[in-house]
Design a protein around this ligand. Structure first.
Ligand SMILES: Cc1cc2nc3c(=O)[nH]c(=O)nc-3n(C[C@H](O)[C@H](O)[C@H](O)COP(=O)(O)O)c2cc1C
Length: 373
């Protein structure tokens, strides 16, 4: 299967299936000399771990990460970092019913058409469990970015029709603390209460719900992004659309830009009270011409409702007949709460890779690094 790697210098390859013996990633391009042990990675995996509350699949996995290579005496050596998480709570028999039919909304039909057969146990490689490897890799990218002052936060900003009211740019450390404690990864307790009631109703009726994850990156330098095919927004789109169930990625004003005028949308300049040139707004979301402009990077990612629902549905069977399916197995009634950290991780991987690439974009950077002859 091609397509399992992402990144140019900081390069992540994920491997493994939902019901295989283990799942993980190989991260090439991690600079030597980074202090790294399990405790840097585990908190990221804990944020996406299943079975933590009623809004997540009840599959019970500890998701403990092992670092198999690339470190010596607690520091990276510059060689590939191999990360492994063992699968321990597979119940493959729950999936025997979908061996002969295709779940509406899932990847069963397309995998079969493409490869001629599929690992139907837990969705195989199309499972949300694939995101373990990229989340572990994202923890490493985030640690490196954080040492350079770049801070990334992702949180759930809407659940079905319930949206938080505070704007992303107004959020501070206390909001991010609230999101980290929230079962729905929401920084707004009032919206979370309404969202929980909405989700409880979905769960009761054997259904699922979609929602959005907002991600912001603060203290980014200007100049990240490689025109023309590797623009910052193009690579973020690539990174974030590669997460299962993502149906839209918006930067800044996103789709609402289409209904605005130029004078509404342009982020005009002004002089701040302390004499710094700044923008009056951030419709651009921190990206102009595919290059970061040094302001807050603002991304919104829309997730569809989980395809596997227990409500009876009509579907296609592999022998060609249409019949009823009631999907068994344990599934997330709502994906974004577990996927927020995946969005954060893919954003971190993309930004770090572009920071590394940007080191060669100017003569003065090269001369600063190698010195003048
Ligand atoms: C963190 C995460 C958890 C997911 N959990 C489930 C799940 O429990 N059941 C399910 O049917 N799909 C789940 N998905 C979504 C499927 O992986 C996805 O819908 C499927 O691969 C089809 O791809 P597409 O929706 O991008 O077209 C999850 C996705 C993510 C990112």
């Amino acid at each position: 299967m091609a397509g399992s790697s992402f990144g140019t210098i900081f390069k992540v390859t994920t491997w493994g299936e939902s019901h295989g013996s283990a799942i993980g990633a190989v991260v090439d391009g991690v600079p030597a000399g980074l202090d790294l042990d399990r405790s840097d990675i585990q908190p990221f995996l804990d944020r996406r771990r299943p079975g933590r509350n009623r809004f997540a699949t009840q599959r019970q996995e500890a998701d403990q990460v092992e670092i198999l290579s690339g470190t010596f005496e607690g520091r990276t050596t510059g060689t590939p970092v191999s990360l492994l998480v063992r699968n321990t709570d597979q119940r493959s028999h729950d999936y025997s019913q979908i061996a002969s039919c295709y779940r509406p909304g899932h990847a069963d039909y397309t995998f079969d058409r493409k490869y001629g057969f599929r690992d139907y146990r837990g969705g195989g490689r199309s499972s949300g469990r694939e995101t373990i490897g990229r989340t572990a890799a994202g923890a490493i990218a985030s640690k490196i970015l954080s040492s350079m002052g770049v801070e990334i936060h992702a949180f759930v900003s809407s659940v079905g029709p319930v949206a938080m009211t505070k704007a992303a740019r107004e959020l501070g450390p206390e909001d991010f603390r609230l999101a980290s404690l929230s079962a729905l990864a929401m920084p707004d307790p009032e919206a979370e209460k309404q969202a929980a009631a909405f989700l409880d109703e979905c769960i009761r009726s054997g259904d699922s719900a979609g929602g959005t994850v907002t991600c912001i990156a603060a203290n980014l330098p200007a100049g990240l992004g490689e025109p023309v095919f590797d623009k910052l927004d193009a690579l973020l789109g690539h990174a974030l659309f590669s997460i299962g169930a993502v149906k839209a990625v918006e930067i800044g004003s996103g789709v609402s830009a289409a209904s605005m005028t130029g004078s509404e949308h342009n982020d005009t300049w002004r002089m701040s009270e302390d004499g710094k040139a700044e923008r009056a707004g951030n419709c651009a979301g921190g990206v102009l011409g595919g290059i970061s402009d040094g302001s807050l990077l603002q991304i919104r990612v829309s997730f569809k409702p989980t395809p596997s629902i227990s409500k009876p549905q009509q579907t296609l069977f592999s022998d060609g007949h249409i019949g009823e399916i009631r999907i068994a197995g344990r599934h997330d009634p709502f994906i974004p709460a577990r996927a927020a950290v995946v969005v954060e991780s893919m954003t971190a991987i993309t930004l770090l890779d572009l920071m590394m690439q940007n080191m060669t974009s100017r003569m003065d950077s090269l001369l600063r690094f190698y010195g003048q002859s």
